[in-house]
Ligand binder design. Sequence first.
Ligand code: CA
Length: 381
Amino acid sequence: MKTQRGVATPVIILALVAALVLVFGLLVMEKSRNFDLNSDFNAAQGPQSPDTRETFEWRMVTSWPKNFPGIGMGPENFATLVDRMSDGRLHIQVYGAGELVPALGVFDAVSSGAVEIGHTGAYYNKGKIPAAPFFTAVPFGMNAQELHAWLQYGGGMALWREIYEPFNIIPFPGGNTGVQMGGWFNKEINSLDDLRGLKMRLPGMAGEVLQRAGGTAVNIAGGELYTSMQTGVIDATEWVGPYNDRSFGLHEVGQYYYYPGWHEAGSMLEFEINLDAWNSLPADLQAIVEGASQAINEDMLDEYTAQNAFVLQDLIAEGTDIRPFPAEVLAALEEISIAYYEEESEKDETFAEVYDQYWSFYEKVQAWHAISELPLYLNRQ
Ligand code: CA
């Protein structure tokens, strides 16, 4: 009995285990059949599958000559990246300035829905949105690293989207030139007095600042800068930095190359997308657009940093007279700039809101950089 029970018990246990395995196996098969059925159902009727095969053809207008180095290649690289990431499901045709709309007609074309997407600089939208320049660059404002940090982690992006929403546009970062040069001058700048009567190509808020310092600011398209300097129509001009300036030949018509670019410490460009076009995209294509914008924003900054470094060596080898602005001139221009922001804040509520948020972040990030980036820069060989 003892022996029989001793044999019978393992047999019963084995039988029970076998039964459990069978039942479990059947359950798993049933479950996976249900899963397959559900998958087929999703493939046939769910919200994901047919939509993920839908293709979109977009047109992108830009403010730059087709394939212009740096800023003009940003939108081309973006379109290529989106095309590859989406396996051709979102195809974007890029147009240079003047091909579909004029250089400064990008915002209107996107807002009206005439095209789905544009690439430009927010400061060109100043006429419609006085606070827009804070999302490109403002005199004595944040550099690229700081501006990107404000956008991504300091509340800047939400603010940017909020002020563009009434125009049926959602903005995305579109590349950054990094800190620009002060510009090419045919007069020496030794004191603030030397700015009086100076006729300079200097667009946007910086132009307003120069006017208040006694100069005359004019806005001339990039392609006309060489002739304007050569014929003496203007005494000075800024453009971008060594990379783009030398390709325009500005080193041949400007005697002194001043730094730093107090007016553009890190100019960020923007992709503008029509909100209806944006909302028509499935979630995965939206994620691809967002990711590609981030990638291009960083890539363009890397390109400018490297190319400016390379071309600076050419300018030095050619004997370019490269000079710093006197500290007292920069201090005076900064004081004028801040007074200007205070005045604009009185006139426009949105300007005041953006200026307050921007400057509040700027003060904090400056305190951090005063004990991080700055001493590192000053103390390295
Ligand atoms: Ca510039």
